[in-house]
Design a protein around this ligand. Structure first.
Ligand code: ADP
Ligand code: MG
Length: 159
């Protein structure tokens, strides 16, 4: 499985990585963000939204209480946080599945809460604490769409 590992040394670097990933996304892209609280998932999302919907960027916060925030842009960005949900039953009941197969981009924090409902072709980003201001971010693809994003990101970083 193709994989890319990146260490960031500040919240700003993580946000920049989000912007780089965001610029490579297409309608229907799905970002599955995993890892601990404070890992940088919301920070990364800010960068993604900055690329996709620059007019909404200042507004990105953790949707822990709202569960989903929508940022209209050239491609709409749907930002989910499933921290408080227990699994597929909750998520199916709330009807979020329709967003997963829409023309927008889904960015899902705590995607590990999804089981069968997780689409098959997703770009997964695992955020791990590696020191006060350091985070290790491991990115993997799981199908043609997400593999293409991963490949373009790797090329972009080599330039
Ligand atoms: P999560 O959404 O994964 O719970 P957040 O993005 O909300 O995490 O918070 C990450 C926290 O870690 C913020 O307080 C941020 O300032 C801090 N931080 C320190 N270093 C980094 C880094 N390299 N990348 C991202 N966040 C960092
Ligand atoms: Mg968060």
């Amino acid at each position: 499985m193709p994989r890319l590992q990146i260490t960031t040394n500040s919240p700003g670097e993580t946000e920049q990585l989000g912007a780089a990933v965001g610029s490579l996304l297409r309608p229907g892209s799905f970002l599955a963000l995993r890892g601990d609280l404070g890992g940088g998932k919301t920070c990364f999302t800010r960068g993604v939204v900055d690329s996709l919907a620059p007019q909404s960027n200042g507004l990105v916060s953790s949707p822990t209480y709202a569960i989903m925030n929508c940022y209209p842009g050239n491609i709409p960005a749907y930002h989910f946080d499933f921290y408080r949900l227990t699994g597929d039953d909750d998520i199916a009941e709330l009807g979020f599945e329709e967003y997963f197969y829409s023309d927008g981009v889904c960015i899902v924090e705590w995607s590990e809460r999804l089981a069968e409902l997780l689409p098959s072709d997703v770009l997964t980003l695992l955020f791990e604490y590696a020191g006060d201001d350091r985070r290790l971010i491991t990115i993997t693809g799981s199908g043609p769409k997400s593999d293409a994003v991963l490949e373009s990101l790797a090329e972009k970083r080599q330039q």
